[in-house]
Design a protein around this ligand. Structure first.
Ligand code: EPZ
Length: 419
């Protein structure tokens, strides 16, 4: 397994280009079985989860090609309907193939995604919404076995604005009979990117970006070429990298419009942010950056995927603050690793109490999930001495060429093999 070796204390300075969004690319690629003919996807980040998704599409009978940051997918004649456990267990987002397969084939057999490091992450809202559209599910030896004649429109209200649930239902409803209304739908920018992609293929979706989305089913969807939006969480991570090292970074291809809550919170902490352009942002640390209180919320609130990263910054900021995690039940595994670096953080299940310290001290630490690993890299960039972040296969799921990007703006960071 690989690790990252970081010699901290160097202020970052320069320009980083933000890659395509993992969390937009995954559902948009999963929609491929819905589309007649081939689809060309641009600005696709080269990530482990993307390769996993392409492997799944191949298993389902699609032909895929990944050159640079462009993916071509075309359906072979015979679509399959099974997503095997060996693959689903490595990427919970595989459950996003449920909606497309039921809409296209009337059949889907998807391994029930086990929990993952950050929580149980059930799919009950996906299933109950699809049942309202006429699907029936059995649980058979760890697989969700779904069947339907032809999905029909329904008026669905989610108990919680589930991102994946909204995405599965957008894809299912695009080819269903009649009108579907989704209430309490997720408003995340990645959900909007999926809706925009489906509309570019001929779907009739309105209201995405608000809590009420209406979809008129159509008979078929046709191919298009689609550029994936930029990754707001990758961008937010590098914004923190500038702040935590006392440096200054310009981020280009940056989805500034989708970062309002993060910009607002970092400004509250005293970070200087210039965001007068649509797709570029300049982040400059000030001498005094102070702790604030953060509560993670569904979009447009502060994103849970930035919780670990802002905690790293608060660990070396003035004063104290609390971080409330309202989306996942176990998303503080980075806390104990930060404490190994000398951070002063105490936490209950859903609330962390952070008191800033003068500086962190480098040490070997272990990543537990994607955003926790990003948090530990950020902490290592700020810490005195050397930090080794182990098990960075977690990081490779969601950050394209992170060490190259950080080295290009002055970080001392190298990848090595764990002993
Ligand atoms: C998406 O996960 C993202 N993943 C997550 O990013 C992100 O943290 C999350 O949305 C929230 O923004 C992708 O887009 C691939 P949810 P998803 O359905 O769809 C519960 C990252 O780091 N829930 O909104 O799984 C669930 O357990 C990843 O890039 C149910 O109870 O999120 C969780 O507590 C991590 N039943 C909460 O809702 C359901 O049927 C949010 O889940 C569905 C969800």
């Amino acid at each position: 397994m690989d690790k990252l070796v970081i010699r901290g204390g160097l202020p970052l300075s320069g320009r980083i280009a933000v890659s395509g969004s993992k969390n937009a690319a995954l559902p948009i690629l999963m929609a491929a079985p819905l589309i007649d003919g081939g689809v060309c996807y641009e600005n696709v980040p080269r990530l482990r989860d993307i390769h996993t998704t392409l492997r799944l599409l191949t298993l389902l009978g699609c032909e895929t090609e990944f050159e640079g940051n462009t993916v071509q997918v075309k359906q072979a004649n015979e679509l399959q309907f099974e997503a095997p456990y060996d693959l689903v267990k490595t990427m919970r987002a595989s459950v996003l193939c449920l909606g497309p397969l039921l809409a296209r084939l009337g059949r889907a057999r998807v391994a029930l995604p086990g929990g993952c490091a950050i929580g149980a992450r059930p799919v009950d809202m996906h299933l109950s919404a699809l049942e309202q559209m006429g699907a029936r599910f059995d649980l058979d030896s760890g697989y969700i076995d779904g069947r339907c004649k032809k999905l029909h429109g329904a008026h669905i209200t989610f108990d919680f604005p589930t991102v994946g649930g909204t995405e599965n239902l957008l894809m299912a409803a695009s080819l269903a009979e009649g009108e579907t209304i989704l209430e309490n739908a997720a408003r995340e920018p990645e959900v909007c990117d999926l809706a925009n992609f489906l509309n570019a293929c001929g779907a009739k979706i309105h209201g995405h970006g608000t809590s009420v989305i209406t979809i008129q089913g159509v008979d078929s969807l046709t191919s298009c070429t689609y550029p994936i939006m930029s990754d707001r969480i990758e961008a937010g991570t590098y914004m923190v990298a500038a702040a935590i090292t006392g440096g200054s970074l310009e981020l280009v291809n940056c989805p500034t419009h989708a970062l309002e809550a993060v910009i607002h919170k970092l400004r509250d902490m005293g970070v200087h942010i210039q965001d007068d352009s649509d797709d570029a942002i300049v982040v400059t640390a000030r001498k005094t950056v102070r702790c604030v209180d953060v509560t993670t919320l569904p979009y447009p609130g502060f994103p849970t995927d930035m919780q670990a990263q802002i905690m790293a910054l608060m660990c070396v900021s003035e004063g104290a603050g609390t971080i409330k995690e309202t989306i996942f039940e176990n998303r503080f595994m980075h806390v104990q690793e930060l404490v190994r670096l000398g951070a002063d953080v105490k936490c209950t299940t859903r609330t962390a109490f952070v008191r800033g310290v003068e500086h962190l001290q480098g040490a070997p630490v272990m990543a537990s999930d994607l955003r926790a690993s990003a948090c530990l890299v950020l902490a290592g960039l700020a810490a005195k001495g050397t930090t080794e972040v182990q098990r960075i296969y977690h990081l490779d799921r969601g950050y394209e060429a992170m060490e190259e990007k950080l080295r290009s703006v002055g970080a001392d960071i190298t990848r090595a093999k764990e002993a």
